[in-house]
Design a protein around this ligand. Structure first.
Ligand SMILES: NCc1[nH]cc(CCC(=O)O)c1CC(=O)O
Length: 322
């Protein structure tokens, strides 16, 4: 039986996601997929993620290994993947999206509404920080980073989720994480409040995975390319295509205070978006939809919604450099 190597980061979340997606591809193709752990720059450097030199710190090393032929397949969290394509690589499969909402994980069952004034909320994401500040200007945002367990351990009562051997923290009242990652890891029980997109808009691509292979495989219509294409989910692909087109048009990366929510309802692709002032003092929302369910129309929808945000002054508001 043929065997393919899937390059993955070594975090619990990356291993879980790679294992799940790799199994789907293996089942579709009737071959074996083995995981190979690759240490990436984002795992080695420390410091605020928003200051680590833009997008793609996690994806870059995996992509190099893929291009060099050391591995055959990489599974990325789509929201961590730069919006510009990489020469020689193709995202050939986007499986059905998990829960795309952000999730508040608070002590004592608290919610965004019931957190007491002055409560400390941990997040390293300018998008989450800005929207939480907009909803609750009386909370204190604490800049945190690290993998899911490390971030959960910052919450009083959830210290045991941290990596063993590391000092317990518990210095926050809550943290905000993606519901998808928590669910995939089986940590759903820590979620005390699902933040609905009507309240907090998620990051472009949040909850979706991107299966990337060498473009040469796609061109050769290889068995790997066919198996990866078989796990592609059209509605997810349309939604994330529109979300990422909007992000690219704004020339914003994963560190920008930009949220989007795309989905197909009643045969239409609907896209909501938000651009925020980093301090949450002002937010701007806009929505649009298209009845044509093609990747090209999805791309166009994202671009035109971004243009209308830019016309309303989004670049100045969010401090984007255009
Ligand atoms: N930026 C880190 C990151 N990248 C992808 C996920 C998992 C969520 C997903 O599937 O999009 C997370 C963790 C988080 O934001 O809580």
């Amino acid at each position: 039986m043929a065997k393919y190597l899937l390059g993955t980061r070594g975090s619990a979340l990356a291993l879980t996601q790679s294992g799940m997606a790799g199994q789907q591809v293996a089942d579709a193709g009737g071959f074996e997929v083995d995981l190979e752990i690759v240490k990436t720059e984002g795992d080695i450097l420390t410091g605020p993620l928003s200051q680590m030199g833009g997008t793609g710190v996690f994806a870059a090393t995996l992509r190099t290994r893929l291009l060099e032929g050391d591995v055959d397949l990489a599974v990325h969290s789509l929201k961590d993947l730069p919006t510009l394509p990489t020469e020689g690589l193709t995202v050939a499969g986007i499986p059905q999206r998990e829960d795309l909402r952000d999730a508040l994980c608070a002590r004592d069952g608290l919610t965004l509404e019931t957190l007491p004034s002055g409560a400390r909320v941990g997040t390293g994401s300018p998008r989450r920080a800005a929207q939480i500040r907009a909803a609750r200007p009386d909370l204190e945002i604490v800049d945190i980073r690290g993998n899911v367990g490390t971030r959960l351990a910052r919450v009083a009562g959830l210290e045991s989720y941290g990596t063993e051997g590391k000092k317990p923290q518990g210095d926050c009242d809550a943290v905000v994480l993606a519901a998808s990652g928590l669910k995939r890891l089986g940590f759903e029980e820590v979620i005390t409040d699902y933040l609905d997109p009507s309240q907090i808009l998620p990051a472009p691509g949040q909850g979706a995975l991107a299966l990337e292979i060498r473009t040469a495989e796609v061109e050769a219509d290889s068995e790997l390319a066919r198996a990866v294409a078989a796990v592609d989910h059209l509605e997810t692909r349309l939604a994330v295509t529109a979300e990422r087109a909007l992000l690219r048009r704004l020339e914003a990366g994963c560190a920008a205070p930009v949220g989007t929510y795309g989905r197909v309802i009643d045969g239409e692709l609907v896209l909501d978006s938000l651009v925020a002032h980093p301090q949450g003092t002002e937010t701007m929302r806009a929505s649009a939809s298209v009845a044509e369910l093609t990747v090209e129309a999805a791309e166009q929808l994202g671009i035109s919604l971004a243009d209308s945000l830019l016309e309303q002054g989004a670049a100045r508001l969010a401090g984007l450099t255009l």
